[in-house]
Write a protein that binds this ligand. Structure first.
Ligand SMILES: C[S@@+](CC[C@H](N)C(=O)[O-])C[C@H]1O[C@@H](n2cnc3c(N)ncnc32)[C@H](O)[C@@H]1O
Length: 295
């Protein structure tokens, strides 16, 4: 991330969610009534333009030509994670931790999240900006949502979560969406290690990751070269990935058991045909679920 400025990739994700929210209700993957309000500058103008028929077609056409897999992968992952979070809460999780929450408002958007303690963890530069924009839009944020500023590269996440009221004895669902790719291996390992110690046994962790083959050049996927240069241009290059073939073993070494691992291409096929849509998702970008391994 560029020093002292809110994450740009987080703002682009909010832009994609704002566009998704403009789709006809029967074709929408989800509703994010906060996404537009959280945008600023050119992205806000583009999202406003996208509401008009001809301009909207132009904005969408540019995205489809420029970043078809990026947008598509982003919106299908959001829908899948929304469903997984709701299911985890219905199954007993009483705490929701959003690691690198960015400009997403899952804690406000999801009905199920209203009844649990929500911890929004993010880099201080992104979080300060989000809180400011959200306050301007809705005033006071609900009291079950706590903001926890953390830099995964240097801060003590455990200490900060506990100080914010996180209870390690209570089942939690932890979401780490769209973040791991931007962290060093050391920060990823340290965070997994800490979560192993911190989470109550019936907790689960939902995370997204980039296929390691993209980073070491051993695999090519449609659209990923442009995607990589775009995030680098944003000052947030992809630096870390997992190999899906060995993810189970890797997670076991961190103290987690892999429950599910799907590409966003597979997730798109799961959700989009029923909505009359044909989204590509991406073979390179994946959503995984892990549970604390039995001792
Ligand atoms: C692509 S955005 C994803 C945001 C959100 N989860 C979503 O899917 O819309 C990446 C997020 O990672 C956060 N991030 C990147 N590096 C970080 C670090 N070292 N410590 C804490 N957060 C970080 C950014 O602030 C940003 O919110």
């Amino acid at each position: 991330m560029r020093n002292g400025t809110a994450s740009r990739t987080a703002q682009y994700m909010a832009f994609f969610r704002a566009l998704e929210t403009q789709a006809p209700p029967d074709r929408r993957l989800f509703d994010d009534p906060y996404a537009f309000a959280l945008l600023s500058g050119a992205l806000r103008q583009f999202a406003r333009m996208a509401n008009f028929p001809i301009l909207g077609r132009m904005v969408r056409a540019v995205l489809e030509v420029g970043w078809p897999y990026t947008r598509s992968s982003g919106v299908v992952r959001t829908r899948a994670i929304d469903d997984l979070v709701c299911e985890a809460i219905r199954c007993g999780a009483r705490q929701l931790v959003l690691l690198g929450a960015g400009f997403d408002s899952r804690g406000l958007r999801l009905e199920e999240a209203k009844s649990v303690a929500v911890f929004e963890v993010d880099h201080p530069a992104t979080q300060t900006e989000k809180e400011k924009r959200l306050q301007a839009f809705i005033g006071q944020v609900r009291t079950n949502i706590r903001y926890v500023p953390v830099d995964f590269e240097k801060d003590d996440l455990e200490k900060k979560l506990i100080k914010a009221g996180f209870d390690p004895r209570v089942a939690a669902v932890v979401v780490w969406e769209g973040v791991i790719s931007y962290l060093t291996e050391a920060a990823v390992r340290a965070t997994f290690g800490l979560l192993t110690d911190l989470l109550a046994p019936s907790s689960c962790l939902i995370f997204t990751y980039m296929h390691k083959g993209v980073l070491d050049g051993s695999k090519a996927f449609p659209g990923v070269r442009r995607w990589r240069s775009w995030v680098s241009f944003c000052g947030e290059p992809f630096v870390f990935g997992f190999n899906p073939d060995t993810l189970g073993d890797t997670l076991r070494s961190f103290g987690f058991a892999l429950r599910s691992d799907k590409s966003t291409e597979e997730i798109a096929q799961q959700y989009c045909p029923a909505l009359g849509r044909n989204e590509p998702g991406s073979q390179a970008y994946r959503v995984a679920i892990a549970a604390r391994a039995e001792a």
